[in-house]
Design a protein around this ligand. Sequence first.
Ligand code: GTP
Ligand code: SPV
Ligand code: MN
Length: 613
Amino acid sequence: MSMTMEAPNRITPRDFGSTPTTVPDDVAAWVAQVSELAQPDRVHWCDGSAEESSHLIDTMVKQGTLTALNPELRPDSYIARSEPSDVARVESRTFICSQLERDAGPTNNWADPDEMRATLTGLMRGSMKGRTLYVLPFSMGPMGSPISRLGVQITDSPYVALSLHMMVRVSDAVWTELSAGRSWVKCLHSVGAPLEPGVSDVAWPCNETKYISHFPETREIWSYGSAYGGNALLPKKAFALRIASVLARDEGWLAEHMLLVKVTSPENKTYTMVAAFPSACGKTNFAMMQPTLPGWKVETLGDDIAWLAPGRDGRLRAINPEAGFFGVAPGTSRATNPVAMDMLWGNAVFTNVATTREGDVWWEGMSKEAPEGLTNWQGEQHNPGDGETAAHPNARFTVGLGQCPSLAAEWDDPEGVVVDAIIFGGRRASTVPLVSEARDWNHGVFLGATIASERTAAAEGVMGELRRDPFAMLPFCGYNMGDYMGHWLAMGETLRATGRLPRIFQVNWFKKDEQGKFIWPGFGENSRVLEWMVKRLEGQVAATPTPIGLLPKDINTEGLSLSDEALASLMTVDPTEQARELDDAEVFLSSFGAALPAAITAELEETRRRLLS
Ligand code: GTP
Ligand code: SPV
Ligand code: MN
């Protein structure tokens, strides 16, 4: 069942480009209903084309939302400066509105779905006045993949519309798929800044009141008041993690905050690895790693989200549901991530970075010395003396996957890639060794469930504060995290039948010495850890059993200036530290009450027994 575009009330035909062929009735009805409520001046049905990108860019350059960078230094690239109050994900304003509070679990903010719907309906009434309502049909994952899912986002932000062009597969072809009866996720977004007639717009419209609300039972997302990152680009964290984790639980797969890479050894054997690290803890850097060890190669499939599902052969396969990168700018340099620097040659949008006198971008860590005469992320002259950074710590770049020089050929393969290893990690100044391997699947799930990490600038909150972030999913799980741990255990049962369970590892690149300096050189040198993992996968090396897992007997540090003490400290399993760690994990796990799987409690008790014996 489908209808032509012109039909719904109040919707004017888009003002350029060809008319979309067919839009399913339910989508047309939803767009009509939202138009009625939010009262935009215009409706623009997006097709993801290059002309449409140009149109969005022109609109925003006129408006002052985007400023072109020097085309000789950074062609077709733009900067956006957000409102200082709208710079990161707002976890305190993120809600899981399941029918039962119990289903949101102790780690999510729960709100009653009917009440939330009423609140948001009130806020959205007239919220798009004076603006254009953009409708973006998109596919998460390769079109036609059994793992892919479809969605439609409504937004009144051209910045969000343009970002989605780069971040997901926006295409008219989605209408055809939907007309064939496939399900889709409703993503509704408004910056909450209606424009009264005669009032001029600001560069970054948003609202002090913010809601990022998820309705897991009806597979809907309503977002209000922010235009930044995961708050507003709804296919990313809201759909591909929070809603998708619920779909995955119901359908027997996994939606995870993970990078996805293909690793090739000097013997030309290839392995696929996924790694779950919390926000701003190194996924993009790992995904684009340039190994310092000769003969090794890392190719990029994804840097933030992976969907993992048993394939026809029963083995765990993964796809990247996204089609672009929304990456942390600070710390990115030729030394740390040359692939990202190459990828950002042009055709990119930068948000909250600093700009140079020559009209290029700059951020902390891009070069040792800050260039003279920087303009900071707020558009003011940067004063190195005043202690403020030139770029916001959560400044980001947005760019399509296609620009990544290390992109793996399989990136658009509908079948996905077979997963060989799962890695968990976090940002830990102490306690957690450089690398360890789980004893088995359930022990690996326990490691994932008890990951803790120091807070970063990716979300509001106190930076550096240690918090438990199970599976790097604390802000992103759409249901009770105790049930989620149970789902991971159940997936192990399913995969065990194939005889090829992926192996599970834990890493920590961020251990510090007494002076507060990182001990491990990180970045390309992390290939030394990859080499050990691959040797484990190939059964080439034995490992040392410790109470917390299997540790390397030896790691390749040839050519590194790492003292014996430093190396020892990276590999230490200190019983006192570990006992404290376990006590803290136990307190956290107990917050799940009856939802905590018995197998997790058993792993905790086994670890304690090993520590005491
Ligand atoms: P999100 O996009 O927020 O999910 O972050 P991410 O996990 O992709 O983190 P990203 O790779 O962008 O890294 C965040 C910060 O950590 C950057 O400033 C990096 O330079 C730094 N970083 C990444 N890898 C390493 C490493 O191996 N060692 C050290 N010391 N820092 C690292
Ligand atoms: C994260 O915070 O994990 C991100 C950035 O990847 S955002 O898209 O804002 O969620
Ligand atoms: Mn992330």
